[in-house]
Write a protein that binds this ligand. Structure first.
Ligand code: NAD
Length: 231
């Protein structure tokens, strides 16, 4: 069985990805919560010094290297640019972009050696079309999508694929920042008139890491109930 490291696996989308992949992969999870599980390491990914500790914990658990990395951890900040503090700016850049960049760099050497690997980044539709009041969130997800394309090129000849899923609104704790009126507004502006379910993202991840998807690399896939195509 292949070994998968999933960040942001304690909640929402990452939790569902872990649940679905657990049937056919060895899964190692990380998140911010305290969990007493053998295949879990708690860490704050906004702190770059956590990266090596996380990778070493996963490798100790697998007694092998990481074949598949799912970068799902992330947060959303909704406020005008002039209200963003330097500390919040560093935090979001580190968590939403830099951790995925550094983790990818940490797992690529083993993948190159095995001549096989999969990386899936969870971006956002806000990184594809831009979202006012969420400028830094949008920018971190845009950075991730540029990184996805560039890294895919760099490692293509090693049979390593790198792809990104950009969800529209998904019903998870992250979306709890919306009140009932705002949730209805989201439904009204979404062409399919609904939120995405975490299981839809998890099933696409499952396909992207499969052997069948070996020719699919460097792609940004908008799984957004039509939100990115206009109204
Ligand atoms: P969530 O709040 O349910 O889960 C977030 C996960 O990230 C948790 O496991 C949490 O522990 C982890 N995390 C948060 N801050 C962390 C930190 N500092 N260090 C380590 N781990 C941390 O949110 P979700 O909706 O499942 O979001 C998952 C991903 O999907 C995020 O990258 C988010 O940007 C993206 N996304 C979500 C939506 C949505 O509407 N829910 C839409 C588009 C993209």
């Amino acid at each position: 069985m292949k070994n998968v490291l999933i960040t942001g696996a304690t909640s929402g989308i990452g939790n569902k990805i872990a649940e679905i992949l657990s049937n056919s992969y060895n899964v190692f999870k990380t998140g911010r919560r305290e969990l007493n599980q053998e295949n879990y390491f708690r860490c704050d990914l906004s702190n770059c010094s956590s990266i090596d500790k996380l990778v070493n914990s996963a490798k100790d658990y697998f007694k092998d290297s990481i074949d598949i990395l799912i970068n799902c951890a992330g947060q959303y900040i909704y406020k005008p640019i002039e209200k963003m503090t330097p500390a919040e700016t560093d935090y979001l850049l580190n968590l939403n972009f830099k951790s995925a960049y550094l983790l990818s760099g940490a797992v690529i050497p083993d993948m190159k050696q095995k001549k096989w690997g999969r990386i899936v980044n969870i971006g956002s539709i806000s990184g594809m079309v831009g979202e006012g009041q969420a400028t830094l969130y949008s920018a971190t997800k845009s950075a991730l999508s540029g990184f996805t394309r560039a890294l895919a090129l760099e490692v293509a000849e090693f049979n390593i694929t790198v792809n990104q899923i950009n969800p529209g609104w998904v019903e998870t704790p992250l979306a709890d920042c919306l009140d009932e009126t705002e949730k209805q507004e989201v439904i009204d502006v979404t062409p399919q008139k609904r939120f995405i379910e975490p299981v839809e993202i998890a099933n696409l991840v499952k396909y992207l890491i499969s052997e069948e998807a070996k020719g699919l690399t460097g792609q940004n896939i908008n799984l957004c109930a039509g939100l990115s195509i206009g109204c």
